[in-house]
Design a protein around this ligand. Sequence first.
Ligand SMILES: [Zn+2]
Length: 211
Amino acid sequence: MDIQNIFIRNKNWVADKTKQDPDFFKNLSSDQAPKILYIGCSDSRVAAEELMGVGPGDIFVHRNIANMVSALDLSCMSVINYAVNHLKVNRVIVCGHYNCGGVRAAMIPEDLGLLNPWLRNIRDVYRLHKNELDSIDSEQKKYERLIELNVQEQCINVIKTADVQRAYLSRGLTVHGWIFNIHTGYLVDLNIDFKAILNGIREIYHLENPL
Ligand SMILES: [Zn+2]
């Protein structure tokens, strides 16, 4: 794509939005009040707002390779902190997708240089669920299951944070794991049992303090 075309497309977009609503940019610039934090993959095919049918101002977004939530990732932790404590979102969504290159790379036992520490988090998910994954004969099904389990584990990582636990107790914030089925375009809810996970891990990751 010619980069100059992007500026032409941008002008057309501004014209379209202003035609639909003359106050669109006045309202957009006033403030943001999204109620959803979306954590997804950087993959160019997974267009977060577009696939959810939402527009500017509707969701707070964090994206990285394979939608990871690492306690050592200052960027991701800051996004969660800001979204939960300041924007007061009441839903956190971790959304993975089939055909995820990051998960595929993690399944190949190969030295990938700078990517190694990042992919190690996904390899850890494999290790945690090795029995289940090794029992799947089809490589494609195993790949898809690891993508789902990775979303589940990243949801658990979100739930481990003190900010999320406090917001759950004070206003009922919940965490959701989704998959974008890139073959069909549909979102699939993995129906992760937020309460059961929280109860299960509280003994170890019990972080909430009185407000
Ligand atoms: Zn991906």
